[in-house]
Structure formats: C-alpha cells, structure tokens
Design a binder for this molecule. Structure first.
Ligand code: TRP
Length: 371
C-alpha cells in the first residue's frame, strides 16, 4: 500500500513531495532555475522562495522561448463544486504574479461539467451557480481584464468541443484507464472529460492560428491531466503544455490538505471574518498540554497548522517568519497569542477579499469568454 495517494480526486496521507516528483516523473525546481526566474521577476516570489511551487515540466523551455521573444500564455482552472477556500487561492495568486511579470494572457477554465459528472449529488444548476460564485474569487485576485479570459465549460462548449474531440480521437480507453483509474463502473461522461480539460492547452493556438506556448500553474494533483495532453500535442501540431506545480495548503486540523468536505478546518473566502477567526482559535497546533510546559519545552511549529498558515499565505517576510518559528521552539510564543495574531491577519485579508469580490460583480462580463 502506498503511504500517500495523490490523484485529481483524492489526496490522502502525508504527501512526500520528493517522492511524488519521482512517481509523477516531473522535475524539481532547482537553484539554477530559481535564478533564471529571478532575473525576470526582480525578486523571487515568496511561493518560490519557500518551495511551495516546487516542481515543473518544461519550464526551462518556456523561458528559452520567452527570452527569444516568443510569449507564452497561462492556463489554469477550478472545478466549481462549492465555495472557494484559501487553498484554491495559492495557484491563482501565483498565476497573477506570472501574468504581471511576463505580461501573459490567462485562460481560466471553470469545469462545471466535470463537477456535475463526478459529484453524484450535484445538480447541474448548482454547478453553474458555483461557476459564477468562483469566478468572483478569481477576479478578486486582481487579474488584468484585458488579458484574462474566464470560461465555463458548459457555456463555452461550442469552441471547446471542437478542440476536445480532436484530442479525444488520440486517447484510447486503455490509456485513460491507466492514467485516471477509470473502471467499467465509471460513467462515460468522465471518461471523455480529460479531453475537455486538455482543450485549453491548445485552443488559444487554434483560435489565433499560431502556435503559442502554454504554461499551466496548478496544484500537483492535476498532473495526470497533462500527461495525455502532452502526448497528443505533437500529433495535433501543437507545443506540449509546460507546467509549474504547487503543494497543498494543510487544513486547520491535524494533517491532511484543506478540504471543503471538512468545513470546520477550512477557511472559505465567503466565511464571515469572525467565523474564520473562530476556526483558527480551534486549530490544531504544535503546542504542549499547558502553558507552563510550553514555556519550558517549547512548541513544535513543524506539525502546527497555524504556523503553516503564516508560512503559506500570511507572513511574506522571511525574517519575521523565522522569528515566529524560533520563538515557538524556544517557548516564548504561546499558542493562544499566535492563533490570535493569525486570526487578525486572516480577518483583514477576508474583509478586503470580500470587498473585491463584491466589486467583481460589476466587471465579471469583461472577463467571461463566450463563443
Ligand atoms: N480539474 C480542476 C479541479 O477540479 C479544474 C481545472 C480545469 C484546472 N483546468 C485546470 C486546474 C487547469 C488547474 C489547471 O479543480
């Protein structure tokens, strides 16, 4: 039995990211590549400095092309099965950074069809509703409306389908079964779906009548989708899509990634700031049983979910983060205060994000791509 599982539908156990690179056959982002990115970005993004984006395919090639004057576009997406949570924002925040640094267009896919097909209890109308709800979170990340194209699979089907069937023709059931683990019980919609998620790797090239490199920033669990996409690319005369992969933000409980199925350990972007603060005050930490014991022995930030939140999203300053770590280990920092400090930042973040979400309602039409 593997000790952890990572598929597009399931993340289980404690993920060993080095092992995952081997298992998936991707490349680690090494010091040399970081230097190369830094040249363009002026300063390395905190997600790269901290190894939150840690793996890639063909990123050197994307930079070669870019340095030779060939721009790439970005492609990422979201399966709208519920409200957005903080974990979802990580690739989007990074995608926005890449858009700024490289002046890249972004194609953002909302796979309402996927969620409808995979979630037995999800009604079609609800999937469509979450498409719009989630698009507000995407827009709130600050993407450039002139360079950002958000589309729902159900709405943009006419264009997508033309690309998807060309892809589907080159993928056998046996390949799809090997990559995605489909069985004879799988409904036939989900067997076709990988061709729909592959379509944005190429359709911008199809529409523009010119081959454009594509870079996909996404969590590593999406990697299986890009394997058949990369195999099919040369057969259709397109470039293989490149990827840059991130890790999962943990939930507020003990271990495991943040997941909407455990709402008490998950912060949604739509949570009232007070509710989010309450969830944080109940979070699992690396603290000792009593304050006294903690003062004597120190806490363990390595297993602490609160520390992870500073690490991933709420303390950009490396020096200050180090201080939090050291103070925790040294017993100077007590969990109650630490949770309060985090709660304060999260509340501030949510209040701002929710304002941006409200404003997004007025400009959403500028972003939506329709055929
Ligand atoms: N399958 C993804 C999900 O369930 C959504 C998605 C579609 C996506 N295209 C993507 C994610 C491209 C990352 C990159 O959330």
């Amino acid at each position: 039995m593997p000790r952890f599982v990572v598929t597009p539908w399931e993340v289980k156990g404690k993920v060993d990211y080095d092992k995952l690179i081997q298992r998936f056959g991707t490349q680690p982002i090494d010091g040399k590549l970081l230097k190369r990115i830094e040249k363009h970005a002026k300063q390395l993004h905190v997600f790269l400095r901290r190894g939150i984006f840690f793996s890639h395919r063909d990123l050197n090639w994307i930079l070669d092309m870019y340095e030779n004057g060939k721009k790439f576009y970005l492609y990422t997406g979201r399966g709208p099965s519920g409200h957005t949570h903080l974990g979802h924002l990580i690739p989007w925040v990074f995608t926005k950074h890449l858009q700024d640094v490289f002046g890249a267009e972004l194609y953002f896919q909302l796979t309402d069809d996927e969620k409808f097909l995979f979630k037995r209890e999800l009604a079609l109308q609800d999937a469509i509703g979450f498409t719009y709800d989630n698009a507000l979170d995407v827009i709130a990340c600050g993407f450039d409306p002139k360079k950002t194209f958000i589309f729902s699979d159900l709405e943009y089907a006419k264009t997508l389908y033309k690309m998807a069937i060309q892809i589907a023709k080159h993928i056998t059931f046996s390949t799809a079964r090997a990559v995605f683990g489909f069985t004879s019980q799988s409904n036939i919609g989900i067997i076709f779906f990988p061709a729909i998620q592959a379509a944005p790797c190429f359709f911008p090239s199809m529409l523009k009548g010119e081959n454009i490199p594509c870079l996909i920033p996404a969590a590593i669990d999406q990697d299986p989708y890009w394997r058949p996409s990369r195999d099919v690319a040369p057969k259709l005369g397109f470039f293989k899509p490149a990827q840059i992969h991130c890790k999962f933000i943990p939930g507020l409980g003990k271990g495991g990634k943040m997941s909407a199925s455990q709402p008490e350990t998950c912060i949604f972007t739509t949570d009232l700031p007070e509710l989010a603060a309450k969830k944080i005050m109940n979070a699992f930490t690396g603290g000792m049983g009593t304050v006294r014991e903690q003062r004597e022995k120190g806490g363990n930030p390595n297993i602490c979910s609160v520390y992870q939140y500073f690490y991933f999203l709420f303390e950009d300053d490396d020096e200050k983060l180090r201080k939090i770590y050291d103070e925790c280990k040294g017993g100077e920092r007590i969990c109650g205060d630490c949770k309060e400090a985090l709660a304060k930042r999260v509340k501030k973040f949510l209040t701002k994000h929710q304002e941006k979400r409200e404003r997004a309602k007025n400009i959403i039409q500028k972003f939506m791509l329709r055929d």
